[in-house]
Write a protein that binds this ligand. Structure first.
Ligand code: NDP
Ligand code: OXD
Length: 316
């Protein structure tokens, strides 16, 4: 008996090289780059990143949508998102990239990179006091796949680590605080705030001046630090700049912004105590991810459950 023809994959990934994704996904299925017909019954799966609303309308046989990344806010921004399962990226190499980014930024702030770079520009040979890692508390907002991995690496380096999540679920070695009831205590025990939250209605704009002013400023580092690699719309950049200028924040590392690319007019580009990266903390790699996606599509066709499913109600 002939094996049933596999449904096709609609691929629509803005900001990535679609041909790279197409090449990898074509190893398992026929890939459609652009919608050819208003109604397309041949498409059973979609791999999507940051595309326009309405893209997935008119696909009556769509079985699941795969996000091109870990975040799914780009999908929920589509009012016409079909009611099918959504699979997001959970992958060792993405987690590793994010862990590297967090460790890099925490160590740079901890080891006074901003100060040394300024001193080097002046050719100044000055050795400031250096606090030990165990005198510094890193607080991670979002103790999911990425937050937990970053926490493990920071614990290995000797930092104290706090976490904040919706559930407050325990994580070994970490003081985890849960929900809005735990937020102020979490912030008050945190010197370096690392934001690894998903963007949902509950988290939009959460990193504002009020929140930043609750961080511990009287600390071994001489001020509070913000690192955001979650999403730009979690933060209010004007508030971050105000916090840097009025002493609420000592320094910031930002990978994500309300508007991307970060507009040239933004003062974040030139602020001497801000480190900017272009949403590059942990990029999805089709060489690594396409195989997992194809495996999941085949499993779904066999009636097996999908992994790394998004909770539509929670929005992440
Ligand atoms: P997960 O879904 O695994 O974890 C999300 C965490 O956030 C969970 O701990 C969850 O709590 C917590 N959370 C969600 N909503 C709330 C809330 N309202 N209050 C408190 N805590 C909340 O996500 P990942 O760790 O995989 O990824 C996190 C985010 O990182 C992504 O959504 C994406 O936006 C961003 N990202 C950025 C990248 C970059 O390059 N800059 C690359 C990859 C991801 P609970 O544990 O209770 O569910
Ligand atoms: C992601 C991202 O969510 O790269 O994976 O931002």
């Amino acid at each position: 008996m002939q094996a049933p023809v596999k449904g096709r994959v609609l691929l629509s990934v803005a900001g990535f090289d679609p041909q790279h994704w197409r090449k990898r996904l074509s190893a398992g299925r026929e890939v459609v780059l652009d919608r050819e017909r208003p109604v397309d019954t041949s498409i059973h799966y979609a791999v999507v990143w940051n595309r326009h609303p309405g893209l997935l309308v008119g696909l009556p046989n769509l079985k699941a949508v795969f996000s091109g990344g870990a975040g799914v806010d780009h999908l929920f921004a589509d009012p016409d998102l079909p009611d099918v399962p959504i699979v997001r990226v959970v992958a060792d190499n993405l987690t590793q990239y994010m862990t590297e980014y967090v460790v890099w930024r925490v160590l740079d702030h901890h080891r006074q990179g901003f100060l040394y770079r300024a001193q080097q520009r002046r050719k100044a040979w000055i050795e400031p006091p250096q606090p030990a890692a165990n005198r510094v508390s890193v607080g991670i907002m979002g103790m999911g796949e990425l937050g937990r991995a970053a926490a493990r690496a920071l614990l290995t380096l000797g930092f104290r680590v706090n976490g904040w999540s919706r559930s407050g679920a325990p994580v070994e070695g970490v003081d985890v605080y849960g929900g809005s009831a735990g937020l102020d205590a979490f912030l008050g025990a945190t010197d370096i705030l690392v934001v690894l939250l998903p963007l949902t209605p509950a988290t939009t704009g959460i990193v504002d001046h009020v929140l930043l002013s609750k961080l511990r400023r009287d600390n071994a580092l001489g001020g509070a630090v913000l690192i955001n690699a979650g999403r730009g719309l979690l933060q209010n950049s004007a508030d971050i700049l105000r916090a840097l200028d009025d002493g609420v924040l000592k320094e910031a590392s930002l990978d994500v912004f309300e508007s991307e690319p970060l507009p040239e007019t933004s003062r974040l580009w030139t602020h001497e105590r801000v480190f900017v990266t272009p949403h590059a903390a942990a990029a999805s790699d089709p060489d690594h991810l396409a195989t997992f996606m194809l495996e999941q599509m085949d499993a779904c066709d066999r009636g097996e459950p999908l992994r790394n499913l998004v909770d539509r109600k929670a929005g992440y």
